[in-house]
Write a protein that binds this ligand. Structure first.
Ligand code: UDP
Ligand code: MN
Length: 377
């Protein structure tokens, strides 16, 4: 009877599968049943924590997965449930009521690499407690690109704009050192600080002002060094002014007496924009101090502000009395106008020996400035 044999064969095949699927299905729904049972419990039952924790873990969305023991009732005590929570990037920069605020002023202008530069800066600033970023666009109006970028960073920021008049702008590809770059933007930020904070309000949180151009790379140590600035603090800066680093010269008493620079060391303050920070109170008490826009020789921008604020003997050397380079890198190599190795406006571009399509690559230098680089004079 072939028909009976066929039926038997089918039953023998189907039956184990049915059993298998039933067992599998059972084990899949058990945690749900356990959870439902818990829901019915009173508020002081151990199950309550499970539901609360679920909300907690959703709020703390940095944990992508959380292991939970749902409850300890008899039926479910050996069930461990994996609660999958949504991953949302919600990095809040740390804030303290006792630390001085770092007001970091950045002029910026539209170009192909702008978003990349600002992203790198924002990623650095997110590691710094009490940082307030004053980003000033060189434009007629605040752009959507920068507005969105700032909103998405989660940083504390103020977004301003002022356009540099055409007659101050570069002509073609020429880089004229007498044409100020970012000066009007930095001055607007200084004005904003003076209009926002009062010098006589002793209750206001102390602050430090720092000028961080958007094409530089900043080491995290730098921000902690500048936080204790009483008037004006200074430190060495890597890869500027035609040198591996530029530095204030400091005597055994810890006083600045000159400048280790190639480009015009006789400047009153022969220092790069990235090499100093100013206490906010000093900015507020000297309302006439701005960067000069007209009649300033190349390299004298920094001096035009600093000479209004302090004398040489007031300077506070940081970074172990200026023996460590804690900041560096002007990433102009991204700028198409710059031929590699070409010296320009006192800045030299030091490249490694690796060559890609005839262009020497600067990547190994980036490594060097990320950590402390000891100076061997
Ligand atoms: N900058 C600006 N408008 C310009 C050129 C530059 O706002 O027309 C900004 C730029 O984004 C940077 C700062 O000013 O934050 C200094 O510019 P750059 O690095 O080109 O000049 P340098 O380092 O040679 O002084
Ligand atoms: Mn620059």
């Amino acid at each position: 009877m072939p028909k009976r044999r066929d039926i038997l064969a089918i039953v023998l095949i189907v039956l184990p599968w049915t059993l298998l699927i039933t067992v599998w299905h059972q084990s899949a729904i058990t945690p749900l049943l356990a959870a439902r049972k818990c829901k019915g419990h009173s508020s002081n039952s151990p199950c309550r924590g499970f539901y609360d924790d679920r909300h907690e873990s959703r709020r703390d969305s940095r944990n992508a997965f959380t292991l939970k023991e749902p409850c300890t009732s008899e039926n479910t005590k050996d069930i461990v449930e994996v609660v999958r929570t949504e991953y949302v990037y919600s990095r809040q920069p740390p804030w303290s009521d006792v630390l001085p605020t770092l007001h970091v002023i950045t002029p910026t202008y539209s170009r192909p690499v702008q978003k990349a530069e600002l992203t790198r800066l924002a990623n650095t600033f997110l590691h710094v407690p009490n940082l307030h970023w004053i980003l000033v666009e060189d434009s007629q109006r605040r752009t959507l690109l920068v507005t969105r970028l700032l909103q998405e960073t989660g940083l504390n920021y103020t977004h301003l704009n002022v356009e540099t008049p055409r007659n101050y702008k570069l002509r073609g590809d020429m880089r004229d050192p007498r044409i100020p770059r970012g000066t009007m933007q930095r001055n607007l930020a200084l004005r904003w600080l003076r209009e926002t904070f009062s010098p006589n309000n002793s209750n206001s949180q102390p602050g430090i002002v720092y000028f961080a151009d958007d094409d530089n790379t900043y080491s995290l140590d730098l921000f902690e060094e500048m936080r204790s600035t009483r008037k004006v603090s200074v430190w060495p800066v890597a890869f500027v002014g035609g040198l591996r680093y530029e530095s204030p010269k400091v005597n055994t008493l810890g006083k600045v007496y000159g400048w280790k620079t190639v480009f015009d060391p006789n400047r009153p303050f022969a220092i790069d924009m990235a090499g100093f920070a100013v206490n906010l109170r000093l900015i507020l008490f000297k309302p006439q101090a701005y960067f000069k826009l007209r009649g300033v020789k190349g390299g004298y921008q920094e001096s035009s502000l600093l000479r209004e604020l302090v004398t040489l003997s007031d300077l506070e050397p940081k970074a172990a009395n200026c023996t460590k380079v804690i900041y560096g890198w002007d990433s102009k190599w991204t700028d198409k106008r710059q031929a590699p190795g070409k010296q320009d406006q006192g800045e030299i571009y030091i490249y490694c020996n690796t060559t890609v399509k005839g262009v020497r690559q600067p990547y190994c230098l980036l490594q060097a400035v990320h950590s402390y680089v000891s100076i061997q004079a």
